[in-house]
Design a protein around this ligand. Sequence first.
Ligand code: ACO
Length: 332
Amino acid sequence: MAFIDKIKQQAKQDKKRIVLPETMDKRTYEAAEKILKEGIADIILIGRPEDIKKNSEGFDISGAVCVDPFTDPNRQKYIDKFVELRAKKGMTPEKAEEQMTSDYMYYACLMCKCGDADGAVSGACHSTGNTIRPALQLLKTKPGIHSVSGFFLMEVPDCEYGDNGLFVFADCAVNTDFDSAKLAEIAGLSAESFRMLTGDEPKVAMLSYSSKGSAKHDDVTKVADAVKIAHEQYPDLKLDGELQLDAALVPSVGAAKAPGSEVAGHANTLVFPSLEAGNIGYKLVQRLAKANAYGPVLQGLAMPVNDLSRGCFADDIVGVVAITAVQAQANK
Ligand code: ACO
């Protein structure tokens, strides 16, 4: 069974309430119809009734809950929560009302924060920054986590590497500057994400252009230091580095460049040393190896909120909603 079909099956076991705030986009309704029909999640749509009626023409979304942010009986509760959370940043009731009714992603995150939804998915017509900023501001990180990061679950066809072609690649989406501590935290979160979504044991490679000291540079030291921190923080985790990509994936190269490593040659969770490397790396594999790339999925947030590519299809939204629902199940 394909990875995403397993995730959909898992989502159906304990249905979660997922908010889709992009009700200006037809793909939202096409996805909502499929999600409701397949029973993957309960769907909440945010928008004015007249807009939803017009934009959803041709799609059966009768099973969705539609929330009008201008007449919703919970609206005052969300304004109060917004002010409570952001008062130190100058938030007032007037500004809160304006922001959550002009940018429905804020409304969606407030619904999650107040326990009226279990997760949210957006980004079909908003940039990554505009999609995740409301979540960073309102939902914040899980206890003990310093930084939210973004991974892709990569499903590479006909691939003998990783977990039969399944990988987590991180960080491909969020952090624009990395130090060793942040890299180590990304490694721990990525391992957890890999285990949650595949059910298999993560083997984490901390990637570099050097393997085990073959090159000397501050960039290499940054990754080697991250490995030391990660070993201290997650002593039971199979993690190694710094490793070049071939040493991480190919058993013969791993054995030559990192003899004795239980990760080299067998890695299924790839932690990139920078956002450039991670973002370019996942797109290379997606385009040249024709891999399915699910994400960016956010990890480390207190509640699951996920982004979409603006070029996404309705089926991509269905997949990300299923992943979000499974993250919400794990959040209990
Ligand atoms: N983890 C946790 N909290 C964070 C993080 C993080 N990684 N980054 C920012 N925050 C918090 C800040 O502390 C701040 O909180 P506060 O307002 O309560 O003080 C809040 O989020 C806003 O932070 P800013 O730095 O002011 O927000 P900004 O909007 O400038 O940056 C963002 C945040 C959106 C994540 C930014 O780092 C960004 O744009 N990253 C790159 C996104 C991107 O373009 N990715 C590549 C494309 S994705 C793709 O190709 C699929």
